[in-house]
Design a binder for this molecule. Sequence first.
Ligand code: ADP
Length: 419
Amino acid sequence: VGAIFHGALGLAVGFSAYIISLWHRFAKFENWVHGPVAEPTYLGGMFDDISFRIHRLRQRSRKRKKRMSELLRRWQDSSGSLPDATVVINTNGTIAWFNLTASSMLGLKPSDTGQHITNLIRNPRFVHFIREADYTEHMEIPSPLDVSKVLNVRLSAYGNKQHLLLVSDVTHLRRLMTMRRDFIANVSHELRTPLTVILGYLESLKDEESLDQDDIKQYMDRLEPSAKRMKSLVEDLLMLSSLDTDAPASVESSEVVNVAGMVRNICAEAEQLSGGRHEFHCNIDKGLKIRGVDKEIYSAFMNLVSNAVRYTPDGTRVEILWQEDGDGAKFCINDNGPGIQPEHIPRLTERFYRVDVGRSRQTGGTGLGLAIVKQVLRRHDATLEIHSRVGQGASFCCHFPAARLEGEEQQPQSNVTYL
Ligand code: ADP
């Protein structure tokens, strides 16, 4: 009996010790499970196996989490750099999320999350648009931050019954479309007048029974100015169109233009154009050459010279300069004619903008001369500066940057004055 008792006691003690050790290891294991992700714990027996498997699962989950947050960060970065404002809107119309562009374009702040979008953008047409939530439609509204800007707004389905609001700035596009419409209206208007004159004479020619040589000459003389006007207009339009569309050549691939020789010819042509009515002074730096397109530069300079002749009265002194200018070169036409009122100056290079339409047409102007000058200069990285004082004259200067100067062939400066 004693032996059985001692055996049972030993078994009970051993079993209790095992239970206590198990309980102890279990407590340690629980601590390990709830603690930070660490190496597997080695508690012996089945614990090691379980701890190893849990550790593997935790490592995988940690990697997945890292990948997800990296993906989320990348998506937030790319959506932030999108040119369009993007706003996720819940079914009830409240803001769930928006990108960085939405902050700058619509003025949304982080605290606006959870707010109703129509409380922040109150344009009635926009409110109606959000209520209708028609994904096939898009609309334009003035920017809530700057009414001079036009925003295009679209909605599309997103996530779980949410909407994605996409807003893009179409101000530039609108402006281009308005410019195109005005341009077509102007061209049509400019062509209609000479065409009406020509058609009028053709009609009366039809009714003439017999025409002698003198009559025919008279008709021709009357038809010619209108035909010439149309020709100049078409030529200027073609010139502008090629300046607008042809890619400008790089400085390195451009030809070297002997501007001094060109300006000398221009001075001679100016005298011819004026027919002795103006007094010309030409000051040319003979060694100054630039890289560019000969034909374009000639056309720009000739337009400026022709304006000085056409818009100034007899006896006006016109100065034509081709000189070094700081670190570049400048071509200037200065006159002491009637000048231009300051409010017109910023608009002179606009297509078809004229101070005095009658005088421009009468002298063969198309209203495109300075627009051509501006485009030619843009293609040569050059700028146009206009200064004028009413009653004292006008000055038009084209500044070419140093990068356009052709250095090697420069000769010591020697100025030639043509009177
Ligand atoms: P246009 O082909 O009608 O001459 P431009 O674009 O060349 O048109 O010139 C625009 C306007 O600038 C002209 O209508 C004219 O009123 C004004 N202008 C240009 N040059 C001068 C000048 N030297 N003096 C006074 N006005 C000028």
